[in-house]
Design a protein around this ligand. Structure first.
Ligand SMILES: Cc1cc2nc3c(=O)[nH]c(=O)nc-3n(C[C@H](O)[C@H](O)[C@H](O)COP(=O)(O)OP(=O)(O)OC[C@H]3O[C@@H](n4cnc5c(N)ncnc54)[C@H](O)[C@@H]3O)c2cc1C
Length: 125
């Protein structure tokens, strides 16, 4: 399985990318298709609002609404790959204890499942 580091941009003039083409991610978040669908929803909204005016600027806006979030999900998926495969030992026990108390609809997960894709998020530092 492969992912890649987040790209610095997805668009060039009147052409842009979405989904795995611009943010492939490892499967440890089950989010590849979910993020592609969010991309499509935001791209559709941006295109509809622009009514065909200034396509490059419209695509830049789409990117600015999406890149921070998909970067965060890519990074989470990669980190989960490490967490999910810890060998038995203290780190694994600490992980299991944390998952027992925090999994579900906790604030730790709300950023992922409670997200409104039309609200911009700052890119992670
Ligand atoms: C086993 C597995 C389980 C998964 N489980 C989940 C999950 O639980 N939740 C989740 O959110 N995601 C999951 N994913 C990830 C998800 O499937 C992908 O992230 C998602 O399909 C990406 O969508 P996409 O449209 O960007 O790309 P794709 O689905 O890869 O679509 C690209 C399309 O372009 C076509 N194409 C390629 N080259 C050309 C060309 N030159 N001309 C014309 N067409 C072309 C391809 O045939 C393909 O149909 C899973 C993936 C796998 C493999």
């Amino acid at each position: 399985m492969f992912d890649r580091p987040p790209l610095p941009r997805w668009s060039d003039g009147p052409v842009t990318l979405l989904g795995d083409a611009c943010h492939p991610m490892l499967p440890y978040g089950a989010q590849g298709a979910a993020q592609a669908i969010e991309d499509a929803a935001v791209l559709t909204t941006c295109l509809a609002e622009a009514c065909g005016r200034n396509l490059p600027r419209t695509l830049s806006r789409y990117e600015s609404l999406r890149r921070g979030r998909t970067t965060r999900v890519q990074q989470m998926s990669r980190a989960n790959g490490h967490r999910f495969h810890l060998p038995d030992g203290p780190d694994q026990e600490a992980r299991d204890a944390a998952m027992r108390t925090s999994f579900g609809l906790s604030p730790d997960i709300d950023w992922l499942y409670g997200h409104d894709p039309t609200v911009p998020e700052p890119a992670p530092t």
